[in-house]
Design a protein around this ligand. Structure first.
Ligand code: GDP
Ligand code: GDP
Length: 436
């Protein structure tokens, strides 16, 4: 199901990123663990009262050296385009400025639900000062303090109240949803076109759940697919659409609705830092992944070239050791036939269920082969394991003391599960729980 999207808008220094970080909390992601990757997130999931939603910090989208007003207008546009509810933040220490009024006008015209937050109200006495903000016409202003974490509960109650009824997207369990992500110019649009033209299939464009998403239906090898197209969407001609952060945001939205994510790499230019970052998002989201090396026509191709490129990918994407790699050319259609089988394989793995009996046979064999570690004289005891979820396959291992389960042993068990059941193309999750 699609999650509601909330965007934070406001002048520089009103406290947008402080509030974003508070609402998102400490969710450490693999993306941010990669050295050299910027830490400033602009899109992340958060929850309130058991409702999960996605949050955008529009302040993080650097639009260039534009004057303040132009930048703010563009941020407001991003919010209006992308969000279901907008939190408009003002600095309570400064009152309403001219720039605030300009943004207010734009937001007002959008007819989106706007929740007004007055930040930096660090002391309760300051709450008396919020009345002037009624004049903006957005109803009740919510006094908050981002740095002290005050008033955020009331603010979120109001935000959640405005969430649209999101109709259960008609997700057909038998259909594989996939998206293509990658740097600009790796060939995402070309690959979508190649897939669609290759078979003279009936292609239909289905209006997506969000007004700007284009979902394309593809029937191939007796299987229904939906391609969630992000590349084809950049055609609206807005300035911010070319910024890297914005394309990341679009990719994240597509990843969320996908079963399988195709991570595209350009054979001609090789692997770049940005490729790793993009792949990290798909891994973090727990989606099945197929690595697609496109533009293979530009390489003098033989088995050796494939082996070499594969080794490079494996060295750069250590955490994606489970992802199959296909080499193809969207342009010449060379090796195109290898793609669909890889997508199907990854999708099957992603949804696979293992019975508890069979799983425990594997775990017991693993224990016999490599006895559990001892920490300070205490030995880890593994009692049994069970699969608790699919997409991605998730396992709970019941143990005497989860503290004794070290990363290396967890990795060992994970590998044994993979050896036994395949799980090609999907991350799997392992959780240790206490059971006496
Ligand atoms: P942004 O530019 O809108 O993202 O603003 P930041 O989140 O970077 O915050 C700008 C400055 O305001 C930083 O120095 C923050 O520490 C400070 N700040 C944020 N929230 C509060 C608050 O609730 N009270 C006070 N006194 N300062 C805050
Ligand atoms: P996108 O930005 O990721 O959607 O990339 P495009 O599909 O627009 O492709 C960018 C450029 O790469 C275009 O000039 C394409 O013609 C070219 N291109 C795409 N696929 C291939 C390929 O397989 N081989 C070669 N040589 N060029 C390709």
């Amino acid at each position: 199901m699609r999650k509601s999207v909330v965007a934070i808008v406001g002048r520089p220094n009103v406290g947008k990123s402080t509030i974003f970080n508070r609402l998102v909390g400490e969710r450490i992601s693999i993306v941010e663990d990669i050295p050299g990757v910027t830490r400033d997130r602009i899109y992340a999931s958060a929850d309130w009262l058991n409702q999960e939603f996605n949050l955008i910090d529009t302040g993080g989208i650097e639009i260039g050296d534009e004057p303040l007003l132009v930048q703010m207008r563009q941020q407001a546009e991003v919010a209006i385009d992308e969000a279901d509810v907008i939190i408009f933040i003002l600095n309570g220490k400064e009152g309403i400025t001219g720039a605030d009024e300009e943004v207010a006008k734009l937001l007002f015209k959008s007819n989106k639900p706007i929740v007004l937050a007055i930040n930096k109200m660090d002391n309760p006495e300051m709450r008396e000062m919020i009345y002037e903000y009624y004049s903006l016409g957005f109803g009740e202003p919510f006094p908050i303090s981002g740095s002290h974490g005050l008033g955020l509960g009331d603010l979120l109650d109001e935000v959640v109240n405005h969430f649209p009824e999101i109709s259960e997207e008609e997700v057909n369990e038998d259909t594989i949803y996939f998206s293509l992500i990658g740097r600009p110019n790796v060939g995402k649009s070309s690959l979508v076109n190649a897939l669609l033209n290759e078979e003279r299939v009936i292609v239909s464009e289905i209006e997506g759940t969000t007004r700007d998403a284009i979902d394309t239906h593809l029937h191939k090898d007796d299987q229904d697919f939906i391609i969630i197209d992000t590349a084809g969407m950049r055609k609206r001609g807005k300035v911010y659409e070319t910024t890297e952060k914005y394309s990341v945001l679009r990719a994240l939205k597509a990843i969320e609705r996908s079963d399988v994510v195709l991570v595209l790499i350009d054979a001609e230019t090789g692997i770049r830092e940005q490729d790793k970052k993009i792949a990290g998002y798909a891994h973090d989201a727990g989606r099945a992944i197929v690595i697609v090396v496109n533009k293979w026509d530009t390489i003098e191709s033989d088995e050796k070239a494939i082996k070499e490129f594969e080794a490079k990918i494996r060295a750069h994407f250590l955490y994606l050791d489970y992802a199959p790699i296909v080499f193809l050319s969207a342009k010449t259609k060379k090796r195109m036939h290898t793609l669909i089988p890889a997508i199907k394989l990854a999708s099957d793995s992603h949804a696979k269920r293992i019975s508890t009996n069979v799983l425990n046979d594997v775990i017991m064999d693993a224990l016999a082969m490599n006895p559990t570690p001892t920490v300070k004289g205490k030995r880890l005891k593994v009692l049994y394991a069970t699969q608790v979820a699919v997409k991605p396959p998730s396992f709970v291992v019941f143990v005497n003391d989860p503290e004794l389960m070290h990363f290396s042993y967890e990795r060992f068990l994970e590998n044994k599960i993979r050896d036994a059941f395949g799980f090609v193309g999907t991350p799997i999750k392992l959780f240790a729980r206490r059971r006496q």
